[in-house]
Every structure is written in structure tokens, then in C-alpha cells.
Design a protein around this ligand. Structure first.
Ligand code: RB5
Length: 150
């Protein structure tokens, strides 16, 4: 695994702060490096202020993978998906985490900090990091995501 693949970008608002803390520790224990874009406490903040910098960095190719969290996972995912090279998937279970990699080649995992347990979240992170893109027909479909109608 390259240095870049080994370094993960993490960001959340207050709704995902404690989950981010847990995931960050688990990643470090598993030998990953973590680049934490904040937030750095449970104080109320606006999720775009923390998700934009992470998504920009992933879009620029500074990180291969990112993990983002907010209360529902929705606001974080919506913000990240504004960047053309970002494919952020919101997941609630391990099967979804497997599918966003196999079928969608997701480079960001979005987690709902208030709706799944920390242990479930960690299983999703492990699956997200260990599952390969299937390619084939999914390659064609993923390319079409960016083909918006003007
Ligand atoms: C914050 O209360 C909450 O709105 C936020 O964490 C997130 O769920 C937004 O989508």
C-alpha cells in the first residue's frame, strides 16, 4: 500500500464528531495515517465548513479516500458530491459500503453519526477500504454520472 493509500482524510460536524474520534483511533490502530479536517469538538458547527476542505483535497488528488460524517450523513454527502471527481456514498450498513465500492467506485464514505453504532460504522469503514471496484458495466455507468444535461 502506498503512502497516499495509507493516509485517509476524515471530517465531520458536531453530529459526527464522536464517531470520527472513534474511527480515527481504529484507523490508527490498524496502521493507517489520518488527516483530520475537523471539527475538533462536539460544539455545534456548520458541516459544509469542514466537508468542503476535505472534498476539495480529494478532488485535487491529495487523498485517495475520505470518510465524512454528520448527524444523518446526508448534508456531508451532498456537500462532497459538489466536486466533480468526488463520488461520496451514504451508507447505513456493510452491504451498502461494499456496493459503493464495487458498483460506484466511491472515493468518500459518508456515515450517519446519529443513526448507526460506532461498531457498525467501523465495519463499514473496513469494507469501504478493502473492497475493489468491479469495473465492466459499472465503469460505463460511473463515467455517465458526470454527464449532466445542460
Ligand atoms: C446537525 O444538527 C445536522 O443537521 C447535521 O449533522 C446533518 O445531519 C445534516 O445533514
Amino acid at each position: 500500500m502506498s503512502e497516499k493509500q495509507q493516509t485517509l482524510a476524515l471530517a465531520s460536524d458536531h453530529g459526527g464528531y464522536w464517531m470520527k474520534d472513534f474511527i480515527s483511533q481504529k484507523l490508527s490502530d490498524a496502521g493507517y495515517k489520518v488527516n483530520d479536517f475537523g471539527t475538533y469538538s462536539g460544539e455545534s458547527v456548520d458541516y459544509p465548513d469542514f466537508i468542503h476542505p476535505l472534498a476539495h483535497a480529494v478532488n485535487e488528488g491529495e487523498f485517495e479516500r475520505g470518510i465524512i460524517m454528520c448527524g444523518s450523513g446526508n448534508g456531508a454527502q451532498m456537500t462532497a458530491n459538489k466536486y466533480p471527481s468526488v463520488r461520496a456514498g451514504l451508507c447505513w450498513n456493510v452491504e451498502q459500503a461494499r456496493l459503493i465500492r464495487m458498483h460506484n467506485d466511491a472515493n468518500i464514505l459518508s456515515l450517519p453519526g446519529r443513526f448507526v453504532t460506532f461498531d457498525e460504522a467501523w465495519k463499514m469503514v473496513e469494507t469501504f477500504l478493502s473492497t475493489e471496484f468491479e469495473g465492466g458495466r459499472h465503469e460505463r455507468r460511473v463515467k455517465k454520472i458526470g454527464q449532466i444535461i445542460k
